[in-house]
Design a protein around this ligand. Structure first.
Ligand code: RNT
Ligand code: ZN
Length: 419
């Protein structure tokens, strides 16, 4: 039985020709890939007190209760998934392996180091796992360059690491019967104005060619490349820029391009890029994030920028070719709440997009009635999205409203405060 509030909402949408049931079905079938690194400020478990260093990225804040090991991270994630409606994925970085007491260097990671993640994710009914090589927080990345490093030996090390990551991703895809995304992001950049912008890019392209040389089944693995504009201490030049990777991905033809919402100029929206990129690449990976004045990786909220991203995905009928991942790391608030708030916000933004009166909007635009188009957009802002969302949560046995915060508060008191 639907709630009476939902029935009223359904009628409001139906009056505009929108089928809320179809939207709820589509939403339920769309997994979000949660980024494991929100749980411990991008530290990883290579050694007991690992912390993020370099790479031009930074987790700010010092909230108590951070996950200190694999066990604690999984424990936290179990609560997170419980508070999310629908089935979702987990996106692992290479530094989050189950390494045991012996240190394992990045170029020596193997599928067996991630086997316990597969078991864990299966036992919890997750939709699948995704992966990323970790080309930062490592002595050989200390200079801020990896795949484009001038030293061939150092390049080779990172090539081996990225190639190993692809094999681990393919193993995930095989285990779940659903392809894993292996997303390559490297920090290679320069703080000050370089003289030579070309050679590092040539080296990067050559390194990537070697990373992708091994053919792995497309049904198990989707390779993605992530561009960036600048990082902290890396402001003047980024080797893997938007133009570099877009060109590289289109040239290869089999790569997904990764758009991170924080990787462009502060007023630039990634929403407009989606229909342009998907003309020429088979698929797209989203890193849904929220930059505040810079690529600050604030917790995702259901703001206009996030809604615009999902509107473009839905309007272009691109959901089947778009993998939705989150990428933010806020260490200033309860990290579990950060995960849940951000994921639910992304889902809500997707729901809002699925609830657009698309036929009427298309028609108004086609006939040049731009006043009607504007009126419809404005009408949408006041439609009862929250009631449809609450119904979705109810049907998936998850708290609606901000009820999830109560469970997080209890967990904070019982578990986090003891860390
Ligand atoms: C960095 C990129 C990258 C990382 C993660 C940890 O600017 O956005 O995706 O945030 O891989
Ligand atoms: Zn990213």
């Amino acid at each position: 039985m639907s709630s009476s509030a939902y029935t009223t909402a359904r009628e409001s949408y139906a009056a505009l020709g929108v089928d809320t049931e179809a939207a709820l079905t589509r939403l339920a079938a769309t997994p979000i890939s949660l980024h494991c690194w929100q749980g411990d400020d991008v530290g990883g478990f290579e050694n007991p007190n690992a912390t993020l260093s370099g790479g031009g990225i930074q987790a700010t804040g010092n909230y108590s209760g951070k996950a200190r090991n694999l066990h604690e991270l999984r424990q936290d994630l179990e609560l997170v998934y419980k508070l999310l409606p629908g089935r979702h994925r987990l996106n692992l970085h290479a530094i989050y392996g189950d390494f045991g007491p012996q240190p394992v260097d990045r170029d020596a990671i193997e599928p067996r180091h991630f086997a316990s993640w597969i078991d864990w994710a299966k036992a919890r009914g997750l939709h699948g796992l995704d992966f990323n090589p970790s080309c930062f927080s490592h002595p050989l990345a200390a200079a801020g360059t990896t795949l484009s490093h001038p030293d061939a030996g150092i390049r080779d090390f990172w090539i081996r690491h990225c190639a190993a990551a692809r094999r681990i991703g393919a193993g995930f895809g095989e285990a779940f019967g659903s392809p894993a995304v292996n997303n390559i992001w490297i920090p290679d950049a320069s703080k000050d104005v370089p003289y030579d912008r070309l050679e590092p890019r040539r080296r990067l392209a050559a390194s990537l060619d070697r990373v992708f040389a091994e053919k792995l089944p497309a049904k198990h693995l989707i390779d993605a490349v992530e561009s960036k504009l600048f990082g902290i201490g890396a402001e003047s030049y980024t080797v893997g820029s938007h133009e570099f990777y877009l060109g590289y991905a289109i040239k290869r033809g089999d790569l997904a391009y990764c758009l991170d919402a924080g990787h462009f100029h502060p007023t630039e929206s990634i929403a407009d890029k989606i229909s342009a990129i998907l003309q020429n690449t088979p698929s797209l990976l989203l890193h849904v994030s929220r930059g505040v004045r810079w690529d600050s990786d604030h917790v995702v909220i259901c703001d206009d920028a996030t809604r615009a991203i999902f509107e473009e995905v839905v309007r272009g009928n691109f959901l089947d070719r778009t993998m939705i991942g989150l990428d933010y790391f806020d260490a200033s608030i309860n990290r579990i709440a950060a995960w849940v708030i951000g994921t639910r916000a992304a889902q809500k933004a997707l729901l809002a997009a699925l609830l657009e009166p698309s036929a009427r909007l298309r028609n108004a635009e086609e006939f040049g009635n731009h006043a009607l188009r504007l009126a419809l957009f404005e009408e949408c802002r006041a439609l009862p999205l929250g009631l449809v969302w609450d119904e979705f949560c109810r049907r998936h046995d998850t708290p609606s409203g901000i009820g999830f915060m109560d469970e997080i508060a209890v967990y904070e008191q019982k578990i986090l405060s003891a860390r």
